[in-house]
Design a protein around this ligand. Structure first.
Ligand SMILES: Nc1nc2c(ncn2[C@@H]2O[C@H](COP(=O)(O)OP(=O)(O)OP(=O)(O)O)[C@@H](O)[C@H]2O)c(=O)[nH]1
Ligand SMILES: [Mg+2]
Length: 451
């Protein structure tokens, strides 16, 4: 996939607002022509040249630095010109208008990255990593996205694809010799190779899951009866005075969101209206919204006033939460009943006795959060991954599970080869070697202009 004789595009690559420097990018086959009309200065490749830019009425628009990157050694793989002007909104608009009048058009969102992809400078996972570096909310997320951009994720995918091709070739070679006895098919060899592939794929899937957490963050929802201390906890978690705290039951009605950085993992915390049966129209709407948030949670922190706590109260509140959603029960306000903080674990169930107000037991809660968000155990080489990548890896895993079923009692070569082919296609979707135009369009249009 190469784009030859593409039209020429231009866009402001820096954010709007006032800054010392603002950058306009130009890319495409007409770039050198535009360059000549823009300035009489002779440009050496990849060397900054200071020059004035004069408009059609002979007014000086701005004093700029021009840098020319001849194809193919540029970000897009085409001729690229970077214009570094002063970073004011109006002056950059004037500069861009002038550049556009010299024979190019405004770039669409993500079009520079799309060209870099189409010209083979980067693959799809790397193009997405550029957007992820820019949008990263924590230092770990930046490091993870940079690893993807450097190609760590893509390399792991390619390695898997190579092994899959090898297995397919083995199956297809046997298919080409149908006269051979069936028991001559080395089923052991197939099985060993398949198991090794599944192991690698599982490992990558696990890393990608952690990488997705790095990118998208972890959704924590605070829930409980009115007055349980949810808003107090939100304020403590985020070290902000975001939510109103009062001893009136039913203070919070709207959804309140804030975020915190827990050892490199972004945690989106949502405070909700107290859960109770009510005839108040506004409060019922609050409870309806709370339920909606509960349905999206990665984990719920369910606060219960220790003075009210018993199994019935707990089970009644758990009714609001789907069975598959992980829940931690926080038995709050132990200061009022003079109990000690502690963690009570029973299988998957975890209850923590604490006081949000006095701070007793908060350390136990933070430690627990580190464990459940895997912030603590984030391994070194994690690269950011998107939901789309995880889904593709899951599809590849399913295809290999099917393949494993086609090994016994006899090896079914056609089916095995077909499953491998499907796994290969799913993996290639990640790097963009097997992707529909529609998917590419959706990915790149979510980028911003100038990227
Ligand atoms: N003694 C004590 N009081 C607490 C504790 N945590 C919260 N409170 C108090 O309990 C009251 C209710 O706290 P909020 O944080 O507003 O409770 P909420 O769950 O958000 O309540 P709603 O928004 O009404 O659903 C406030 O007066 C808090 O100061 C605690 O650990 N100990
Ligand atoms: Mg509240």
């Amino acid at each position: 996939m190469t784009i030859k004789n593409s039209d020429t595009i231009a866009a402001i690559a820096t954010p709007r607002g006032n800054a010392g420097v603002g950058v306009i990018r130009v890319s495409g086959s007409g770039t050198s022509n535009i360059m000549r009309r823009l300035s009489s200065a002779r440009l050496e490749p990849r060397t900054a040249t200071l020059t004035g830019i004069i408009d059609h009425q002979q007014h000086l628009i701005d004093q700029v630095l021009l840098i020319f990157f001849p194809a193919p050694h540029s970000f897009t793989g085409e001729d690229v010109l970077e214009i570094q002007g002063h970073g004011g909104t109006v002056v950059l608009d004037m500069l861009l208008e002038h550049v556009l009048s010299l024979g190019c058009r405004q770039a669409r969102a993500g079009e520079f990255s799309e060209r870099a992809f189409l010209n083979g400078k980067i693959d799809l996972a790397q193009a997405e990593a550029i957007a992820d570096v820019i949008e990263s909310q924590t230092r770990s997320a930046v490091r993870g996205a940079m690893r993807s951009l450097q190609g760590d994720f893509s390399k792991a995918i390619h390695q898997l694809v190579d092994n899959l091709i090898h297995l397919r070739m083995l199956a297809e070679a046997h298919m080409d010799f149908p006269d051979e006895e069936i028991d001559e098919i080395p089923s052991m060899e197939f099985e060993q190779k398949l198991i090794a592939l599944q192991r690698e794929l599982n490992k990558l899937h696990e890393i990608a899951n952690q990488g997705n957490l790095l990118r998208d963050g972890f959704h924590l929802v605070l829930a409980g009866r009115p007055n349980a201390g949810k808003s107090s906890l939100l304020n403590v978690l985020t070290k902000n005075d975001t939510a109103i705290v009062s001893d009136q039951a039913g203070t919070t009605r709207d959804i309140i969101r804030d975020r915190l950085d827990l050892d490199g993992i972004v945690i989106d915390v949502t405070d909700t209206a107290g859960l109770r049966k009510t005839t108040d129209v506004i409060e019922s709407e609050g409870v309806r919204r709370a339920r909606k948030e509960l349905a999206k949670a990665d984990r719920v922190l369910l606060l219960i006033d220790e003075a009210e706590y018993d199994r019935d109260v707990r089970d009644e509140l758990l009714e609001y939460i789907a069975d598959e959603t992980p829940v931690t029960i926080l038995r709050n306000k132990i200061d009022l009943v003079e109990k000690k903080s502690k963690v009570i674990s029973e299988g998957d169930q975890c209850e923590i006795m604490l006081s949000v107000k006095t701070g007793t037991g908060l350390d136990l809660m933070f430690q627990h959060l580190r464990e459940v968000t895997s912030a603590e155990s984030l391994p070194e080489g994690v690269f950011t991954a998107r939901r789309r990548h995880i889904e593709a890896l899951q599809k590849a895993k399913n295809a290999l599970s099917n393949a494993a079923q086609n090994l016994s009692p006899v090896v079914q070569l056609e089916l095995l080869a077909e499953d491998c082919r499907q796994a290969q296609n799913s993996l290639n979707e990640i790097t963009g070697e097997f992707s529909s135009e529609d998917l590419l369009g959706r990915i790149f249009s979510s980028f911003c202009i100038g990227k």
